[in-house]
Design a protein around this ligand. Structure first.
Ligand code: DO4
Ligand code: MG
Length: 274
């Protein structure tokens, strides 16, 4: 079952038809009986054959992110931070018991499907980071999965690890969508994540990975995040990137970024002019 947030309210996709689930996002996503409620709602309504005006699947939740959870990210970060002297931090956090968790976005800063994302004007090297995002309720239960783009300024992060918040948090640095795959089951490890960036119709970067390449267990990341921090309306947690474009690649205005996870959908965003 896929749940969309639209201008008209939440819409559930079930067996190829779309059903309005007429409630606000926060109380809906946090219902203790979410799966049963959605199934019953779908059975009770006739349904439509399309969904329109899709927004980022987020209400009042903060967005957090885990870092260096894939070997590919560890290697890329080690290289980018050699000169700044921060390289060993990435190696250590990849192996450590405690994961790297950082704040990524206030909900109002999140962009949805079709929206423009941004590169910082003071960055020279910016990349998309396609990630599986966990939708978590206040009780630390994973209720579903969506796609996230943790857009990152690698030159700023590489210069000094203490610049991480500036590399990660700015207007247009986070996109989510298109839907939440609502499931109380863990996401299958073989779930594929693919990235493609096109410029003027030409592919300029692409890559693929699977969820099984993540070194951490999703529930373990949630456990660390919720240890001493409460989330009264739940939270969205990006789980890290396993796809890093080549070092000579940087996003440019007009680029189209496509992230595909078949069970969830396709998140498409363009890079804004400035
Ligand atoms: O420590 C830097 C952030 C790493 C990250 O965002 C990732 O691995 O996805
Ligand atoms: Mg990331």
């Amino acid at each position: 079952m896929r749940l969309y947030r639209t201008r008209q309210g939440p819409v559930l996709e079930h067996d190829g038809t779309f059903h309005r689930v007429g409630q606000d996002w926060d109380p809906l996503i946090n219902r203790p009986d979410l799966v049963t409620y959605l199934r019953h709602s779908a059975e009770r309504s006739a349904g439509d054959d399309r969904v329109e005006q899709v927004l980022a699947p987020i209400g009042s939740q903060e967005v957090w992110a885990a870092g260096v959870t894939y070997y590919r990210s560890r290697t890329a970060r080690l290289e980018e931070s050699q000169v700044g002297g921060g390289a060993s931090f990435y190696d250590r956090v990849y192996e450590a018991e405690r994961p790297e968790l950082f704040f990524k976005a206030a909900p109002w800063r999140v962009r949805g499907p079709g929206d423009a994302i941004r590169v910082r004007r003071d960055a020279r090297w910016t990349v998309p980071e396609p990630e599986i995002a966990l939708c978590i309720n206040p009780r630390a239960e994973i209720v579903g999965y969506t796609i996230g783009n943790d857009v990152s300024s690698r030159d700023i992060e590489g210069e000094n690890p203490l610049y991480l918040p500036q590399a990660k948090i700015y207007d247009g640095a986070c996109a989510l969508g298109p839907a939440v795959l609502v499931s109380s089951e863990p996401l299958p490890p073989e779930t594929a994540i693919t990235l493609r960036v096109t410029r003027g119709g030409r592919v300029v970067a692409e890559g693929a990975t699977t969820f099984s390449q993540m070194r951490r267990d999703a529930q373990e990341l949630v456990e660390y995040l919720y240890r001493e921090t409460s989330f009264p309306t739940g939270c969205v947690l990006l789980t890290g990137t396993g796809i890093v474009p080549p070092d000579d690649f940087t996003l440019q205005p007009g680029d189209e970024i496509t992230i595909d996870v078949p069970a969830i959908g396709t998140l498409r965003n363009t890079v804004a002019a400035s």
